[in-house]
Design a protein. Structure first.
Length: 464
């Protein structure tokens, strides 16, 4: 049947982001294969230090070598630089001179979690506990009764570095935070949701059996817990003062749904973008422009600290590149382009009132470009220019990548930020691009395998 004038106009003048499962069902098999490696990355990298270690192993397997300031590199050379064990930069030198700019892809590898306080171990009523201080924007009530694993490093008095990992291996014990039974929770039920569990109630149960001795010991349950840690790691209570210990969900990454179309795991914000960026970096064999893939720390608490993007460690790395090429660093930055690779909130029909559906992102419609983040009147946001949006959209359309546009919820419902504004402060054009996520910042976040795969394809196209 011949199309009407209205139908023709509708095709020409309107658009709708397609569902990949309907439009390109053949991609499911490719996405499945790609996401097996992603799930392993999530399981092996539940802290920023572990992510860096995993990234180094992946890079070195592909021929990357540590970056050396002052060395002359040629197109195709691959290097990496580790910042204090908690952030990493990987680079493939391009065919164009550095004065033409670089292609920066910045993701973060820290995730919301529970950190131990400096003096964490105590006993109360014959139970031993850890005191915690939550890190990042968690919903505290979600962490009660969740099996937790203990990760981190402890520096002993003699300088020895001890890596701690309890709760991940088969046969390991896990730890947990208790919560009230509903029969006794009448007063707790009247709390606001954000205070369902309060910060000082996020106490982690670590033991219930006392150390048995002829003497009347003080805090014998705590003593036995410390003895068991000493037997395993050779540490004492004082060593916690020289430690970075994180409590994270013990759950492994797994498939979700009868169709296995989704991945459920802790830490997908933002390790999903870290992994896809890293894989795109490894795939860049002889790129036109030099790549600068950044996996940074501290984004969840404002990117502060010397391993976060609100420091100068990326700028100093690019300054080293500029000195090597005898090019003013400002010329490199001015001509550069950056993807701030971070997730966005996928539309959840159960809570539709907090989204504006026309400008939300959805599972299975591809990677999401987020033109701006911020709160209320775009406060604290980098707002990408029309020119940059045109370049990024053209790049993806040329490579047949599935993409969509999304805001972080309805206006005045809340908001958030990414590393974009810190890269923009270096005089670099930058836009956010990443994966839509359900249940973001929870102990068990959900992503679509098709979205993960198309995000990798977008990053690969960016580096071509």
């Amino acid at each position: 049947m011949e199309k009407t004038k209205g139908q023709i106009l509708q095709e020409e003048l309107t658009f709708k982001f397609p569902h990949i499962g309907k439009d390109a069902p053949h991609q499911m098999e490719e996405a499945e294969m790609f996401c097996e490696g992603y799930k392993r990355f999530l399981d092996n990298g539940k802290t920023e230090r572990e992510c860096v270690r995993e990234a180094v192993a992946m890079l070195e397997m592909q021929g990357y070598v540590p970056f050396a300031s002052g060395v002359k590199y040629k197109a195709g050379d691959k290097v990496y630089y580790v910042n204090r064990g908690k952030a990493i930069i990987a680079t493939t030198f391009g065919k164009e001179g550095l004065e033409k700019g670089v292609r920066i892809n910045g993701a973060h590898i820290d995730s919301p979690r529970l950190d131990l306080k400096p003096n964490p171990v105590y006993e109360k009523n014959d139970l031993a506990y850890f005191k915690t201080h939550y890190y990042g924007g968690i919903r505290k009530y979600q962490w009660g009764t969740t099996p937790l694993a203990m990760h981190g490093v402890i520096i002993k008095k003699n300088g020895e570095v001890v890596e701690v990992n309890i709760g991940e291996k088969p046969g390991d014990p896990v730890l947990c935070i208790t919560d009230l039974l509903p029969h006794l929770a009448a007063e707790q039920n009247d709390r606001k949701l954000r205070d369902g569990l309060k910060g000082e109630e996020l106490n982690i149960l670590i033991g219930s059996i006392p150390f048995v001795d002829d003497a009347d010991l003080k805090d014998p349950v705590k003593l036995l817990a410390l003895k068991l840690l000493h037997d395993r790691y050779g540490i004492t209570e004082a060593d916690f003062l020289r430690a970075e210990i994180e409590l994270v969900p013990a759950q492994k990454a797994c498939d979700v749904g009868f169709d296995r179309s989704m991945i459920g795991a802790y830490g997908q914000d933002d390790r999903v973008c870290a992994y896809t960026a890293l894989m795109a970096e490894i795939d860049a064999v002889m790129p036109k422009f030099t790549t600068v893939t950044v996996l940074a720390d501290k984004e969840e608490i404002g990117s502060d600290g010397n391993t976060g993007l609100n420091s100068d460690f990326v700028l100093h790395f690019i300054e080293d590149l500029a000195e090597m090429a005898d090019v003013p660093v400002r010329h490199i930055l001015r001509n550069s382009m950056c993807l701030s690779s971070d997730v966005n909130a996928a539309y959840d029909p159960t809570f539709s009132q907090v989204y504006e559906e026309r400008n939300a992102c959805f599972l299975n419609k591809g990677c999401v470009i987020t033109k701006y983040t911020g709160v209320r009147g775009k406060g604290g946001s980098n707002d990408a220019s029309a020119e940059l949006m045109a370049k990024v959209i053209a790049m993806m359309e040329e490579d047949g990548i599935y993409w969509q546009i999304g805001e972080l919820g309805a206006v005045d419902q809340g908001g958030g930020g990414t590393i974009a504004k810190y890269i923009a402060a270096m005089d670099v054009d930058v836009v956010d691009l990443g994966v839509p996520i359900l249940s973001m910042h929870s102990p068990f976040e959900l992503s679509s395998k098709l979205d993960v795969y198309n995000t990798f394809k977008a990053f690969r196209a960016f580096y071509k």
